[in-house]
Every structure is written in structure tokens, then in C-alpha cells.
Design a protein around this ligand. Structure first.
Ligand code: IPM
Ligand code: MG
Length: 360
């Protein structure tokens, strides 16, 4: 198959983890006889430095034209002083909005080999953990009306609006119900309907949509309770569907339960299955350039791209199986290291995954 892939290495550890991932992608291309046209582009801090804006028009064009986008990570302290509209993160939000990537899938699996890295007591996770967070990505408080005000006394105020239209809720609910059907048929909708008007609408629409999915068991939870339940008994969850900001927060929490935020991939999809694939971790400026970062979330994001946007099941399985095998063999980057395992660098981890793929 011929596929066009826009690649944004980005900032911080982004370029390092992307380099390892591209080597793996190149191997998949060769072995399965595909042709991947890789178009590398600038976004975030790297784009601010070179082009003066976080999301240059050319990058947006390349991404719109591509079959999928692979993204490393954006942002860092170097650009923290910039105004909201000029920050590196604006590129991420711009891409999500412009490409209409409203459905963010964040699968969290606790690999048995990593159970030592899980900060929860073994008794809490003895049955493993396999949760899919379906996060609404182009609405809610991230994209509502916002602004700053100076009051009569010259004092500052600021506001952000949490807004959901029923169509936005319905389309993400559908994705979540479909996802639940493919898994254990349990859907937990997370909101703050005891306080927020838009959450009450959210709940109403999700309940309406449930009629079309009689095989899925739907439950609701307030977000504060969900945050607590995730550490009390994470095994109770299968698919979680929630709004933009709640999903942002809960997915970081879930990722930590899997051992490290360095392990979790994500897919952001539009209605036509076009997608942007990125690790859920950030640019980790504290370890950038040190060859220490865990490339597995990026590598697993690439596997998600192959499966979800390109229907390349075998190819995706090969990568995922190799990652599992590498973990079983005891290879660990610093973030998931525990006594008795083998500590490796970013580069070594990439190579060992690639090598394992070659033997499978
Ligand atoms: C994420 C990140 C982004 C978000 C930031 C970098 C804008 O935290 O993808 O979870 O808040 O969505
Ligand atoms: Mg986040």
C-alpha cells in the first residue's frame, strides 16, 4: 500500500523517540512491501524558533494532505513565557481542530512484565488493567470562549468557557459505544453533572445514544469519583468516555497506573478515520537530548496508526508483540526500570524492538 505520513518530531524528547520509531516504520515498509511517503514538518517550539509561529501553514497543509500524522511531543520551558496564542501547545490544538480530530483514544494496558512499575499495591491490580479512555478532543473548555479582563480597579480576571453542543457529545458517544462493543461491552461516562450544565447535557445525550447499543452496559460517574475509583479499583473500568479536560486529566492518571506515562500511545481520529498518532507523554525537557527517554509510547502510537488508519493488522501486531517480548526479556528505559531488569537508552530500546521484530 502507498501511504502519505506527515511526521512532526517536535520538541524535547520528541525527535529522539521519533527517530527510533521511523526506523521501525522503515522496516515494516520493506518487509511488507508498502510504500510510505514520509513528510517531515515543523510545529511547536521548533517552528516558533524557525518560522516564528507554532503551526506554520505549510505544516497544516502537509498534515491535511497526509493519510496520517505521527507526532512526537511539543513544548518546553524555553517557550513558556509566550502568550497563549503563540505557545507551542497551540500547534497541537490547531492541528486537532483543523483536522477535526474529535475522538481521542488512549488505551492503557498494564503489561504483566511491568507490574513492578505500577505504583498501586499488587492486590489492587492483580487482575491486570486494560482501560480505553475515549476523550472528546475538539470541544469543551479547551475551545470555548476565553479571555482576560481588567476590571474597574485595574485588577485582572480571566475566563474559559466549557461548552458542548449535543452533536459533539453524540458523535463521541457513538465512538465510545462502538469501542465498548469491540471490548467488554462496559461503558463508563464521566462528567460533573451534579454541578455543570454542559455535563447534564452530556449525560442526557449519552443516555439517548445508549438505546442504539442495547448490548453495552452504560454507567455514569462524576469525575472526582472516577479519579478516586481509578486508584481504588481500576479493574472495574473497560471503556471510559469523557469530555476534553476531564479526559486529559484522567488519562494521565491511568497512564501512571500502567507503570509509566512513557508507555502510552494515543490516536486522535476524525470521522473518516484519518488520524494523528502521538504518545500521551509530553516533551520531557528535563531529559531531552540525553538518550534516556522511553520510545515505546511513540513506537506503540505508530502501531496504532498502522492498524487504525491503514488497516494493517499484521504490521501493527508485529510491533506490539515485539514490544511485549522486549519487556518480557527485561529491557527497560529509566522510567520503568526496577531491580533485576536491564537498563537501556532510548536508542538501545529502539534497536532491541527492531531486532526482535526481525526474529519474529
Ligand atoms: C495531552 C496534552 C495536551 C492537552 C497539551 C500539551 C495541550 O496534555 O495531549 O494530553 O492538554 O491536550
Ligand atoms: Mg495531557
Amino acid at each position: 500500500m502507498y501511504k502519505k505520513i506527515a511526521v512532526i518530531p517536535g520538541d524535547g524528547i520528541g525527535p529522539e523517540v521519533m527517530q527510533q520509531t521511523l526506523a521501525i516504520l522503515e522496516y515494516v515498509e520493506k518487509v511488507f512491501g508498502h510504500q510510505f511517503e514520509i513528510n517531515e514538518c515543523l510545529a511547536g517550539g521548533a517552528a516558533i524558533d524557525q518560522e516564528g509561529v507554532p503551526l506554520p501553514p505549510k505544516t497544516l497543509e502537509t498534515c491535511k494532505d497526509a493519510d496520517a500524522v505521527l507526532l512526537g511531543a511539543l513544548g518546553g520551558p524555553k517557550w513558556d513565557h509566550l502568550d497563549g496564542q503563540k505557545r507551542p501547545e497551540k500547534a497541537l490544538l490547531g492541528l486537532r481542530k483543523e483536522l477535526e480530530l474529535f475522538a481521542n483514544l488512549r488505551p492503557a494496558i498494564l503489561f504483566p512484565a511491568l507490574s513492578d512499575s505500577c505504583p498501586l499495591k499488587p492486590s489492587i491490580v492483580e487482575n491486570g488493567l486494560d482501560v480505553m479512555v475515549v476523550r472528546e478532543l475538539t470541544g469543551g473548555i479547551y475551545f470555548g470562549k476565553q479571555g482576560t479582563i481588567i476590571d474597574g480597579d485595574g485588577k485582572e480576571a480571566a475566563y474559559d468557557t466549557m461548552f458542548y453542543h449535543e452533536d459533539e457529545v453524540r458523535r463521541i458517544a457513538k465512538i465510545a459505544f462502538e469501542m465498548a462493543l469491540k471490548r467488554n461491552k462496559k461503558l463508563m461516562s464521566v462528567d460533573k453533572a451534579n454541578v455543570l450544565e454542559n455535563s447534564r447535557l452530556w449525560r442526557k445525550i449519552v443516555v439517548e445514544e445508549a438505546v442504539n447499543y442495547p448490548d453495552v452496559t452504560l454507567d455514569h460517574m462524576y469525575v472526582d469519583n472516577a479519579a478516586m475509583q481509578l486508584v481504588r479499583n481500576p479493574g472495574q473500568f473497560d471503556v471510559i468516555v469523557t469530555g476534553n479536560m476531564f479526559g486529559d486529566i484522567l488519562s494521565d492518571e491511568v497512564s501512571m497506573i500502567t507503570g509509566s506515562i512513557g508507555m502510552l500511545p494515543s490516536a486522535s481520529l476524525s470521522a473518516d478515520q484519518k488520524g494523528m498518532y502521538e504518545p500521551i507523554h509530553g516533551s520531557a525537557p528535563d531529559i531531552a537530548g540525553e538518550n534516556k527517554a522511553n520510545p515505546l509510547a511513540m513506537i506503540l502510537s505508530c502501531a496504532m496508526m498502522l492498524r487504525t488508519s491503514f488497516d494493517m493488522m499484521q504490521e501493527a501486531n508485529l510491533i506490539e508483540n515485539a514490544v511485549e517480548e522486549v519487556l518480557n526479556k527485561g529491557y527497560r528505559t529509566a522510567d520503568i526500570y526496577s531491580e533485576g531488569t536491564k537498563m537501556v537508552s532510548t536508542e538501545e530500546m529502539g534497536q532491541v524492538v527492531l531486532h526482535t521484530m526481525k526474529t519474529m
